[in-house]
Design a binder for this molecule. Structure first.
Ligand code: ARG
Length: 247
């Protein structure tokens, strides 16, 4: 029996329609990635991604629902429908892009290094860390981890569940260097670094960051890219960027 156009219409998934029907935009992220998503002392989620997510929900006329999820399982959680979108400082990688769609990038970052002060002047770039005598840390399942494995393969790599643990290991002198996205390292350095760390702030990877959604939903992708262009040009993006990156 030949399939009718209506059958395809039924099978087609429209996240936008679901969001509008539900009256809620469910946003997946993992809190702890400064300054994109953090938990404040009262337990509220705050940060650059959170503010943009609230603007997004407002533009849709629905309620913003935060869904804090472990980074390790964040893509499977999107695919199984635990939330509508990942807004979590996620780098577009070709491997991830086989499983999800990405909207246009909203910021470009790269890997940088928080180095223990005792190596000041001796370690000048990631290349100088490529020796088993150096203990290098990063976070499980991130592009930081991938960068260490790919570009500093001879270093002794130590993986951590959270950004804080991985960075603290260097602060406490138990590791030599922490490799991670520039914005996180900049905030960590400003908070704790001054007399214990050196910030090697020249990014050595190219990482466009974007919102991820399920595949096969061009309507949602179209809405997101038009929303992004709008906020990038009407002052909203700049307002939140200055709030979180310029203080
Ligand atoms: N940009 C890095 C990546 O995509 C790290 C993102 C971590 N995000 C987070 N919310 N913990 O792998």
């Amino acid at each position: 029996l030949p399939a009718k156009a209506a059958d395809f219409e039924l099978a087609k998934k429209s996240t936008l329609e679901e969001i509008l029907k539900r009256g809620e935009l469910r946003v997946g992220f993992e809190a702890g990635y400064m300054p994109f998503e953090m938990t404040d002392k009262q337990g509220n989620f705050i940060g650059f991604d959170i503010d943009i997510a609230k603007e997004m929900a407002k533009a849709m006329g629905v309620k913003f629902v935060p869904v804090n999820t472990a980074w390790d399982g964040i893509i499977p959680s999107l695919i199984t429908g635990k939330f509508d979108i990942i807004m979590s400082g996620m780098t577009i990688t070709q491997e991830r892009n086989l499983k999800v769609n990405f909207a246009d990038p909203y910021i470009i970052v790269g890997q940088t290094i928080l180095l223990h002060k005792k190596h000041e002047g001796k370690v000048k770039s990631y290349k100088d860390l490529n020796d088993p005598s150096f203990i290098v840390t990063s976070k499980l399942g991130t592009t930081g981890e991938q960068a260490v494995k790919r570009l500093i393969p001879k270093a002794t790599y130590k993986s951590f569940e959270t950004e804080t643990e991985a960075a603290m290991e260097v602060l406490n002198g138990k590791a030599d260097a922490f490799v991670y996205d520039l914005p996180y390292c900049a905030v960590f350095y400003a908070q704790h670094g001054k007399d214990k760390l050196v910030f090697l702030d020249q990014p050595f990877t190219y990482e466009p960051i974007a919102w991820a959604i399920n595949k096969g939903d061009p309507d949602f992708l179209n809405w997101l890219n038009n929303f992004l262009r709008q906020i990038k040009n009407d002052g909203r993006y700049e307002y939140y960027y200055n709030k979180w990156f310029k203080s």
